[in-house]
Design a protein around this ligand. Structure first.
Ligand code: UDP
Length: 239
């Protein structure tokens, strides 16, 4: 469904289409498509856009209640996240509490081992290059990023981790890892952007370690939406 503005999308990515709303707002229309391995694997899932937009809205709201500001303004039915416009920082920051995914592969580590204290990793946001892992120094010296902003991003990402971990624990879920993106608002204030959903987080059952996130799709571990709905059903009870 296209938002009511009738204007065409000004950007289309793998999981979202972006439209300009009134008052400088951005409408993020969450698509039902899922992609993995830099777009090589693709499929459509009924209800995914709605669920991910709802979950992102609820989690941004929760973080706001803990003092962490984001671009989030409101949610519009059925699959629209309305936000403020940010000038995005071309880096993805990943926080990890448990070994999984590219970290396990890169270092030959056993998936599931606890990481204490949690670690932060940086990736360059550049699809054409396959979002390579980079250091803070690379972002500063080669990609024109400001050291103090990266420091603030790191601190905020770890704070987000603390709050989300606490929330997920109360509903018997483990927050394994997740990716955040940040931007600067019209006051040049560092602000959390993008989305927080099972597309961008790894989330396991606390007891069984069953995977409820996008790894179900990446590695054919079971119906994707069954996992996403399980996370949402647990979270709505406490959000
Ligand atoms: N992630 C993401 N977008 C990306 C890459 C990673 O949202 O382009 C998320 C991913 O879902 C996981 C975390 O960031 O929750 C860490 O991902 P990892 O580096 O292990 O890469 P992956 O195995 O997902 O390729």
């Amino acid at each position: 469904m296209t938002p009511a503005t009738n204007a065409p999308a000004f950007y289309e990515g793998k999981a979202k289409r972006l439209f300009r709303g009134s008052k400088g707002e951005i409408l993020h229309e969450f698509k039902n498509s899922a992609t993995a391995f830099n777009g090589q694997k693709k499929a459509e899932f009924d209800g995914k856009g709605e669920l991910n937009s709802k979950m992102s809205a609820a989690l941004f709201n929760y973080l706001r209640s803990k003092g962490i500001e984001s671009h989030f303004v409101r949610w519009d039915s059925p699959n629209i996240l309305v936000t403020r416009e940010l000038r995005m920082i071309p880096a993805e920051i990943v926080v990890r509490n448990i070994v999984a995914g590219s970290l396990a592969k890169r270092l030959g580590l056993v998936e599931g081992a606890a990481i204490e204290p949690p670690i932060v990793e940086w990736f360059l946001k550049d699809d054409a290059k396959g979002d390579p892992q980079v250091s803070e120094d690379v972002l500063i010296s080669l990609f024109d990023q400001k050291a103090d902003l990266l420091k603030e991003m790191r601190t905020t990402a770890l704070l987000v981790n603390r709050h989300l971990r606490e929330l997920f624990t109360t509903v018997n879920l483990k927050l394994v890892d997740f990716k955040l993106e940040f931007g600067l608002d019209d006051q040049n204030k560092l602000t959390l952007g993008d989305e927080i959903s099972p597309d961008t987080c790894r989330i396991w059952d606390s007891q069984s370690n069953e995977k409820y996130d996008k790894d179900r799709f990446r590695f054919d571990l079971g119906d994707l939406m069954t996992g996403y709905r399980e996370i949402w059903a647990r979270l709505v009870k406490v959000l």
